[in-house]
Design a binder for this molecule. Sequence first.
Ligand code: BGC
Length: 734
Amino acid sequence: MTSKIKKRLFGFGLYSVACLSLFAQKGGGTATPVYLDENKAIEQRVEDALSRMTLEEKVAMVHAQSNFSSAGCPRLGIPELWMSDGPHGVRAEVLWGNFDWANWTTDSCTAFPALTCLAASFNPDMAYAYGEAIGAEARYRKKDVLLAPGVNIYRSPLNGRNFEYMGEDPYLASRLAVPYIQGVQTNGVAACVKHYALNNQEQWRGSINVVVDDRALHEIYLPAFKASVLEGGTWALMGSYNKYKGQHCCHNDFMLNKILKQDWGFDGAVVSDWSGTHSTDEAATNGLDVEMGTWTDGLKLLGRPFTYNDYFLANPYLKGLKEGKYEVKDLDDKVRRMLRLCFRTNMDRHRPYGSFATPEHADIARKIGEEGIVLLKNDKGFFPIAPGRYSKILVVGENAVRSLTVGGGSSELKVKREISPLQGLKEKYGDDRISYTMGYTSDPSKYNVDSLKQQAIAMAKDAEVVLFIGGLNKDAHQDCEGEDRQIFELPYEQGTLISQLVAYNKNTGVIIISGNGVSMPWLKSVPALMQSWYLGSEAGYATANVVSGEVNPSGKMPFSIPVKLEDNAAHHFGTKAFPGDGTDVVYEEGILVGYRWHDTKKIPALFPFGYGMSYTTFSYGKMATNKKEYGKEDTIELSFTLANDGKCAGAETAQIYVSQSNPLLERPVKELKAFKKVFLDAGERKVVSLSIPVKELAYYDDKKQDWVVDSDQFTLHCGASSTDIKSSVSIQVQ
Ligand code: BGC
């Protein structure tokens, strides 16, 4: 070995390691250091690595060294840790110190459908496939942590980031988050569940203090995180920007130390949201493990350029540690967690290599899209539009052609390809049968709004069928991070346009692409409506397959769409409850979120949670239970027959809701406790079995600060949606 090479290896801390292992191989007797010995348990390796690190090296591990990486320990050969957004694809490479694209040519990914779509699929198998595929893309791109999935609860249809989350029901979000995480992590890439917790709005997200009662916290806002930790085994978790009990959630003693780490036993790393760290004192002790993305805000005030050494958990922390202000045991806890993360990811030499933007991933993306599209209305067999049925099809709307993988904030993607709905439809029906006009624009400075409308109307008159494809578009205030929506209506006068199109051509169907519910004053006049989502790379193919009937729609609404904004629980209580007064936001509705509110308060939704139609019809047999009386440790076994009575294959998601007869505390009229998506050929009938552990019937007793199952009568409802109950059975819990 030349001295030059020796020097370089020394510089990287590898020389001694290399020598030791060579020596060991030659039978020289010196063993591989424990932390590098893959035959040793991870905990032993963590302790060994920790014992070799200097104070400076430890501190270097707990804050960013670039916008998306933290330093490993170069002297010990522990690599830097690379992170990427999430949650719908692996984000484009950005520059070292900011979010500008690095303009690589090798980072164009597969865009998977937005998580609202995954939620609408009600299919945990799809969630696993999603996780496995996006994890493989992350791995291929040499990312160790994927900043995903997002599991915040859909509380208001105005929340700008609902499209990154999985709907209004904690059980649904949990059932999909768990396999997503497991799928990601089979690649040796950590999932990083976000944003923990109560990040249910974008307005004032960096400072708003969420006031929520304990029941709602435990029953509504925490379960998906809890399942992600306890069942999904997530290796990382991201704190949220907002405050809870007056303390920022990225260093919130109660949320992180008490609930996450003590009660749930989380052994992974807590990652701050980017700029979510605000204080060295709190970050040192309150459960944050690595500080990321601290921007120039605060630091700019220093009047000098910001560096990574200025981070709260960098030099200020080191100084405090040296002065004895902060305890090394707290630092050690952080470093242990970061080391564990490394051993699970970038120090696992057996992890797979990953794969990137493959046809297989495109297939998965398309399938999830097909399973997530929700058919909401279908008069007189408007859909499906079989190829050959019409020769003059008019497509109207900007979302038919606009790229919807860009925009929206940190989930924005640079994609290998994106098939637009128009392209998908053209390939399905033939170029000559489809004409297109925009009809409205999101950029009125570039177009004459009135002539766009007039042209659409003129063309509609002449068409056999019109498909309006609009919705929101991930621009600011239109499903976008950092800013909530400002109105519940469709923007850019789309509502007026839809009404006018139907006035001139009754055969007009509507496809809304969005991550949020919108008001639909025009609903009665249109014969057909589909709720679609940001479907990613294969959007056009998924859409065309469902529109044409090649695929039978099977999505169900993962959130309720209210008739009007005030019918939504959060908005019922005025601005105090959403978006708050700039200091606090008070979750006045408590546990009555989404359908729990609509049902309990008897305020019908326009489209209820769990609702979605099919091109075929299903019939439900009467549900039976294995017995009528249960102990608290028992499991309720349920079964019923489900038949496809129509002429085409399809899938139905049967949903089991539970109500309690005489609860000691208020409970919603019913709550989702199980569901199953069942695929049935035309004419096929299956016996569907589901089980619910009795302990799942518990509510959170805020006095006892624990989950309680009362001895009481409970009724199990089997339904095709939260309001379409097919049969019910009562049982007794002793
Ligand atoms: C978002 C996170 C994201 C991070 C990094 C933040 O603004 O809230 O969801 O992972 O940026 O891009």
